[in-house]
Design a protein around this ligand. Structure first.
Ligand SMILES: Cc1cc2nc3c(=O)[nH]c(=O)nc-3n(C[C@H](O)[C@H](O)[C@H](O)COP(=O)(O)O)c2cc1C
Length: 335
């Protein structure tokens, strides 16, 4: 399949694996890229720019296809060494960067100057337009369904994607709630040029996370995510668990007085405990509503091949068949 995003990024299929903290290591990024999508290493999971440089080199050993690095800008007590991470990306010859969290203007000139393609992930049409106006090459539009930070507007992709299509001239991919051939075709129909998936890629063989995390995703239904940190205007969609129940109870109790320190125990430093050690109740971890549609743990190749085959069958079979039936009826009526 050829879309503006496959052309821009030099990939075979219009499927991107979004950056994921403590999931987006070289193994997963390379597996997605080898399967014809775009794999992405999560920059800040690597503690230092040197560690990121080593992870990029490791990914290069595992694939000769294009892959990217995610740079997330989130409110943090001590800001990471962003110039150092950017240097590691440029010196590692990474052709694509996914930015997220806030306006990437500060890093854009140096990335663009080096010929890096920048895909900015955001949750609203106004932020997508801002990204377009400052020179991003594409955007990833994250709807309310998404795992992670859906923003504060709560617009699901059924409305957000066609709104983005109405306003944007640069290519964009649909992010949040994307899981199979049906979502790919639906997103293309709504105006997107491809899809970005997070949660679906965690439940793959190559995702280097504890088996309990994958099993939890397969076991969960679409009702099993919660929104936390809404009172802090830093909303995150996470998998429901005991720590999240505790967090929501604290949020209810503290009301408008809630401060980050009240919930720090459930969020600070919990990712390695969950993703690597499989301590499933250690804290809050991002997870999308698509859990309800994830029933297996395929390889990335199997998953991407299946999505593309299903998309083709829907377009050529189901949808074309509907038009075929209409045409046949029209001919019969005219006869
Ligand atoms: C466990 C997990 C960790 C994530 N970490 C990040 C991150 O560090 N930076 C980022 O930009 N997005 C992050 N995301 C968001 C994903 O890149 C992607 O936008 C989102 O998962 C799409 O929604 P979906 O889960 O419905 O596919 C994370 C998502 C998950 C599920």
């Amino acid at each position: 399949m050829r879309t503006r995003i496959t052309e821009l990024l030099g990939i075979e299929h219009p499927i991107i694996q979004g950056g994921m903290h403590y999931v987006g290591f070289a193994e997963l990024a390379a597996a997605v890229s080898n399967a014809g999508g775009l794999g992405i290493i999560t920059g800040l999971t690597q503690r230092t720019p040197e560690a990121l440089a080593a992870e990029i080199a490791r990914c290069r050993e595992l694939t000769d296809r294009p892959f990217g690095v995610n740079l997330t800008f989130l409110p943090m007590v001590t800001a990471p060494d962003y110039p150092g991470y950017v240097r590691a990306i440029l010196e590692g010859g990474v052709p694509i960067v996914e930015t997220a969290g806030r306006n990437p203007q500060a890093v854009l000139p140096v990335l663009k100057g080096a010929g890096v393609k920048v895909v900015h992930k955001c949750t609203s049409v106004r932020h997508a337009l801002k990204a377009q106006s400052i020179g991003c090459d594409a955007v990833s539009v994250d709807g309310f369904e998404c795992g992670g930070h859906p923003g504060e507007d709560d617009i699901p992709n059924m409305v957000l994607l066609p709104r983005a299509a109405e306003e944007l001239s640069i290519p964009f991919v649909a992010s949040g709630g994307q899981v199979d051939g049906r979502s790919l075709v639906a997103s293309l129909a709504l105006g997107a040029d491809g899809i970005n998936m997070g949660t679906r890629f965690i439940a793959t063989r190559e995702a280097p996370v504890h088996q309990r995390v994958k099993d939890a995703i397969v076991a969960a239904s679409e009702l099993d995510t919660r929104l936390v940190m809404r009172p802090l205007r830093n909303t995150e969609r996470v998998m429901a668990n005991a720590a999240v129940d505790q967090m929501l109870a604290t949020e209810r109790e503290r009301g408008a007085e809630l401060a980050f320190e009240d919930i720090v125990e459930q969020v600070a430093g919990v990712y390695p405990r969950i993703m690597i050690d499989g301590e499933m109740d250690a804290g809050a971890w991002s997870c999308g509503m698509v859990t309800g549609l994830i029933h297996d743990i395929p390889t990335c190749q199997e998953l991407i091949d299946r999505i593309m085959a299903e998309a083709e069958e829907i377009i050529r079979g189901r949808l074309a068949g509907m038009l075929g039936a209409q045409r046949a009826r029209g001919l019969a009526q005219r006869a």
